[in-house]
Design a protein. Structure first.
Lengths: 145, 81, 145, 81
């Protein structure tokens, strides 16, 4: 299991590939891997976005990610999972979040991956502030984004 | 009795601070102190609509009671992922 | 759009990475990428699987993949997608299928990716024959796998 | 009138062939010929349970009528992904 809040840009596909090859996933044991990558768009609510600052609640956010990971692992009998979430200053086209889950069959992988993402959007203690052309603004609740 | 109080995101910007410590001397109430009362002690305004709070890194109810050493946090709706 | 039936092993993460960087996805335009990778397990219905042969209906299968791709693109307003499906002799731990879809927001990406996978399982003209320790057998319908 | 008939997977194994061509001379019926009738012409057994068929690369109904040059396919339940 890899759960990390990171303040540097990352390549999600390399992250998955490296983890899958080197981190204890037994070859031949998994039949399904579902992943989600959220990326910063350069456009939001009609405005051009130049940059975004993501903050979190150190201590609480890590604790939340561990809990949702454990819950998804047990509820969907997942074999393993990755959650990587950016914080700090993010440029358009940079990944914000990566969730990858491995399981024997596909339904568990899809459901587990989506449940983690819904939790991240609705409950994990992250906040976003966008830098537009001529102002900054806090992004309101991410539930429908 | 000492309570650490933290504020995040737009709320910290509006209040002008992101952390306060409440100790027994500054607390006017008889115990037990609730999260709701902490807000009244540290902020000079009514709680904003949609205000969320956490107690020791778990989401909490404003009516929850506090004990010495607790960490209370106030923040606006979250937005991860 | 990349739709391919391939008779060689492939690395799904490299496939996605290469496509995303070189194939016309506009940087900053997409906020969500959902992917699914199906991999051959070394175990099925209580038996050790040594190998699997995947056959298809040349002409019809390609036609089906194009149609399901176009339908998902339009139904979920996806920005782009990849479908790569193996045929031929496959070893345990080799990817069988990759589906990746890009969209502005996450719900469309999850829903579109899953719809394509359900179609591949239920309707696309592929058939699987497993080589076990001491026999071969045809795998029955994949709807619940 | 000539119809190409294809068979896949376990069905081709069981029948011992994966393709046949039906031309007018071998067709005993008066037109129009249906997919169901093609099965009777080319296979020496009743259609298996769960048999699927396609006409010119689209799933089809066994009652569908055929025309010269059509490609009919018979196969067991599919299993992709």
């Amino acid at each position: 299991m890899l759960i990390e809040i990171r303040n540097q840009a990352f390549d999600p596909w390399q992250e998955i590939s490296r983890y899958q090859e080197n981190c204890g996933l037994v070859p031949g044991s998994y039949g399904a891997c579902a992943t989600f990558v959220g990326t910063l768009r350069d456009f939001n609510q009609g405005d051009k976005v130049k940059r975004m600052r993501l903050t979190h609640y150190p201590g609480m956010t890590e604790h939340q990610l561990s809990k949702i990971a454990e819950q998804a692992l047990s509820q969907y009998q997942l074999l393993d999972l990755i959650i990587v979430h950016r914080v700090g200053d993010i440029n358009p086209n940079e990944p914000i979040v990566l969730v990858a889950v491995w399981s024997a069959h596909r339904a568990a992988a899809f459901d587990g991956c989506r449940q983690i993402m819904e939790y991240l959007k609705s409950s994990a203690t992250f906040w976003k502030k966008e830098t537009l052309e001529s102002e900054q603004r806090w992004v309101s609740s991410g539930v429908n984004q | 009795m000492s309570i650490t109080v933290r504020f995040f995101a737009s709320l910290a910007e509006e209040l002008g601070f992101d952390q306060k410590t409440l100790d027994r001397k500054t607390v006017a109430h008889k115990s037990p102190l609730t999260i709701e009362e902490v807000w009244r002690e540290v902020a000079d305004r009514p709680p904003p609509e949609n205000l969320l709070c956490a107690l020791n890194h778990e989401y909490a109810d404003f009516k929850q009671h506090l004990k010495d050493g607790d960490e209370v946090a106030f923040f606006p709706p979250v937005n991860g992922g």
